[in-house]
Design a protein around this ligand. Structure first.
Ligand SMILES: *Cc1c(COP(=O)(O)O)cnc(C)c1O
Length: 422
């Protein structure tokens, strides 16, 4: 028997929302977002100065970022527009982390103007940053250990194939060069595996980074003041997967901290995280209505949403659980491909999925779309981005982004006159 995934709204409430806002739309759960931010802060409260810098790219929506800011989170940006958004929402100075790669000059210039903490992806970016802006007092460097990253002999990911970060030798060289250029406060960062569903990822990563920090301190004498564990903490997309336990993760990191950093005199190091998925994925859903049903060689359900609204199934073959609203207790005795309307055969939210019998007009709740969901949307086939709605703690609903209209789609053309020809 599979564990259940229960939508954070019931059918009645969702129909009420859908009577006011056209489907498809994204719906976010303020309560879940706040509770998770508080749990994360509690899990790391043993560390003086801990901060979660929410990865803006996961859910770049001001209405969401504002909630996280209120809960004490910072913002981790990776581009010029994300920096603008973080600043507009009210994140200031060291509340903004800038973890980019292949970085354009304008992005570094804006990051410096906002006094964001810059996380350098490459050793050549030291001279580049100095040339296009200046070298700040505080700099973080991103580490790539190469090879495979394994936990208890299970390969989690392949950093040796990843474009990010500096080699171990480059880190020492980078710290020395930065010190020579006047940098006083150092940070260290790495992102070694994505969507990890194990409580061991952060503790393993922390141990690696803590050891490197101790070595760097000995080799260079640099003042290492923060270590950034970045993102990568996953969620259980499938109902039968175990959930990560953030309290246990925080405790695992604490043990590594006590064993490695404290004896080396680095007990004042502040820990940072840059989680996106863990913070938001379960608290956002894509809500869509069944508009067609088709029987050829297989049984197809046609939604009014498509892969342009949620790309993960088409792009990665990701599993997203689907609840047919009001049929939560009906037997899953029908096998369907659940599709969107793109002229692409990979536009399927689910393939051969056992679901209750579906009728045209049913509302479907596509779970765990709150991170890397709306954000990865696109306009292929001229499809328009949906609205984003926030279900507030008091049960009211706020539109935090309106749906695109054809005028938005055409906004980058000079069509003066073309649309007003009455
Ligand atoms: C994408 C990204 C994150 C967030 O990753 P999640 O898997 O959503 O936790 C954090 N830091 C950096 C540098 C990233 O590129």
């Amino acid at each position: 028997m599979m564990a259940e995934k229960i939508p954070f709204v019931n059918k009645e409430k969702l129909e009420e929302i859908a009577s006011q806002y056209a489907t498809p739309f994204y719906l976010y759960d303020e309560k879940g977002i706040r509770e998770t931010a508080r749990r994360v802060n509690k899990a790391f409260s043993w560390n003086n100065g801990f901060k979660e810098y929410f990865a803006v790219k996961a859910t770049p929506t001001p209405g969401i970022l504002k909630i996280l800011h209120e809960e004490g989170c910072g913002a981790d940006c990776s581009s010029y527009t994300e920096l603008i958004m973080a600043d507009a929402v009210g994140f200031k100075g060291d509340e903004i982390m800038f973890s980019s790669n292949d970085t354009p000059a304008e992005d570094f210039q804006l990051a410096r103007k906002l006094n964001a903490t810059i996380n350098l992806d490459d050793i050549t970016h030291i001279d580049f940053l100095e040339r296009v802006a200046d070298i700040p007092d505080t700099v973080c460097c991103r580490f790539n250990p190469g090879g495979h990253f394994a936990i208890a002999n299970n390969i989690m990911d392949n950093p040796g194939d990843a474009k990010y970060g500096m080699t171990r030798e480059q880190l020492t060289e980078a710290y020395k060069r930065l010190m020579a250029k006047g940098v006083k406060h150092f940070g260290l960062h790495a992102f070694l595996a994505s969507n990890t569903v194990t409580n061991d990822y952060y503790p393993e990563l922390a141990r690696i980074l803590f050891k490197v920090a101790v070595e760097l301190k000995e080799e260079t004498g640099a003042s290492i003041e923060f270590i950034n564990l970045s993102g990568g903490v996953g969620i259980a997309y499938r109902p039968d997967q175990p959930e990560n336990d953030i309290m246990e993760i925080g405790e695992g990191v604490r043990q590594a901290f006590e064993e490695v950093l404290v004896p080396a005199g680095l007990g004042n190091v502040r820990l940072y995280t840059e989680m996106g998925r863990y913070m938001l994925a379960p608290y956002g859903a894509l809500v869509s209505r069944v508009i067609h049903q088709k029987h050829i060689y297989k049984e197809y359900i046609g939604l009014d949403a498509c892969a342009a609204n949620l790309m993960r199934p088409a792009m990665y073959g990701s599993y997203h659980h689907i609840t047919v609203m009001g049929k939560e207790n009906a037997p899953c005795d029908h096998m369907y491909d659940v599709t969107g309307g793109l002229c692409e055969n990979n536009d399927k939210f689910a393939i051969d999925r056992m679901l209750p019998e579906i009728n045209i007009g049913d509302l479907v709740f596509i779970h765990d779309a709150g991170a890397h969901g709306f954000a990865m949307g696109y306009n292929y086939n001229g499809k328009l981005r949906s609205a984003e709605l926030l279900l507030k703690e008091d049960g009211s609903v706020e539109m935090i982004r309106r749906a695109e209209t054809p005028a938005d789609y055409f906004a980058t053309f000079d069509f003066t006159g073309l649309f007003n020809r009455d």
